[in-house]
Design a protein around this ligand. Structure first.
Ligand SMILES: [Zn+2]
Length: 51
């Protein structure tokens, strides 16, 4: 099977994101998790007003 993100042929890990099923390779799963933590942080940032 091919990774749905980078397209390499590898053994994939299932990820369920916003109700959609994605099949990602190990590297992309790690990148995906990192991206999701960053978005959580920026959402938190937007919620704290500077003034
Ligand atoms: Zn990949």
């Amino acid at each position: 099977m091919n990774c749905e993100r980078c397209g390499i042929d590898a053994s994939l890990t299932h990820r369920d994101v916003d109700g959609f099923a994605y099949y990602l390779c190990g590297a992309c799963v790690r990148g995906w998790d990192a991206v999701r933590s960053v978005s959580t942080d920026s959402t938190d940032d937007a919620r704290s007003p500077a003034r």
